[in-house]
Write a protein that binds this ligand. Structure first.
Ligand code: PMP
Length: 285
């Protein structure tokens, strides 16, 4: 993805895509001192843009980093990048990280915190599954105990097991993997939150040890507006056998139906289609 035309915003200026590089002794590359955002611009407007910029700054703070740009400045950077590339519909990726410093130790107080904003045109993250439903494997790894890592941060370090789990699932013919949490309850997929339907009510894991997605919060609001009961609670893996419908939510995933999780099957039903459509209308409003 490095050798192409386009512009990327880096530390306050727009640079050519090919020149958006970092040094090999970047602290983040060695010690995962990196946080990021995934956002989508629809018809020229980034959905919940400020909320994403605020989450980026909060994620950095949770890693003991202070981004040297305000929310307003991050907002300007995102739109400047989109304009420079001529995009009205694109995925937006902001990333903040510790750069190279005077030495290579773990301690990094003096290393500059850097910020870049890139983007690209990205269709639905799950491709065909948007219509037919995604098939998920069960991940071997678990979402970690919140006492072991700041789980509310959208931090690069939390994605190591996501890549490993996604690869393992793909190797077995699935499109993604479902994580259990450290206690063994249903948690989330490798880049999206999960919802289930049973008897006309919606059940979703309580976001107490994984990212409480902006799409997740939006979809819960939309369901409640429709008068549908939403239970945020601990979900046992044995309950997968009883749920009738299932979908994933995320900025990249939007609302993607799930047709199977490790042998348990779900119908791509009326409520799943309805909430996917309502979300689509909202983001393109
Ligand atoms: N969980 C993980 C691990 C993710 O990477 C994402 C995507 N950012 C989500 C959940 C959903 O978050 P959001 O709706 O804010 O995109």
């Amino acid at each position: 993805y490095d050798d192409r035309d386009g512009k990327i915003w880096m530390d306050g200026t727009l640079v050519d895509w090919r020149d958006a590089n970092v040094h090999i002794l970047t602290h983040a590359l060695h010690y995962a001192s990196s946080v990021f955002e995934g956002e989508r611009c629809y018809n020229g407007t980034i959905f919940k843009s400020r909320q994403h910029s605020e989450r980026l700054r909060r994620s950095a703070n949770l890693l003991d980093m202070e981004i040297p740009f305000s929310v307003d400045e991050i907002e300007e950077a995102k739109y400047a990048m989109l304009k420079a590339n001529g995009w009205t519909d694109a995925y937006v990726r902001a990333v903040a990280w510790r750069g190279a410093g005077d030495d290579m130790g773990v301690s990094a107080r003096k290393n500059p915190v850097r910020l870049a904003v890139a983007g690209w045109e990205w269709g639905n993250y799950y491709g065909d599954a948007k219509m037919k439903g995604a098939r998920l494997d069960i991940a071997k790894w678990r979402r970690p105990d919140p006492r072991t890592i700041p789980v509310e941060a959208k931090a690069a370090g939390l994605y190591m097991i996501c890549t490993m789990s996604k690869h393992a699932a793909e190797d077995r013919g699935y499109s993604d993997a479902l994580f259990m949490d450290w206690r063994g309850y249903v948690a989330e997929a490798t880049g999206a939150n999960i919802f289930f339907v049973k008897d006309g009510e919606v059940h979703t894991p309580q976001a107490d040890c994984f990212l409480n997605g902006i799409t997740r919060q939006t979809v819960i609001g939309l369901l409640k507006d429709k008068g549908i009961t939403v239970h945020e609670r601990r979900i046992e893996p044995t309950e997968l056998a009883d749920f009738e419908q299932c979908w994933l939510t995320g900025t990249a995933a939007e609302v993607t139906p799930v047709s199977e999780i490790g042998g348990f099957t779900f119908e791509v039903g009326a409520l799943t289609r309805d909430i996917a459509e309502t979300y689509e209308k909202l983001v393109r409003r």
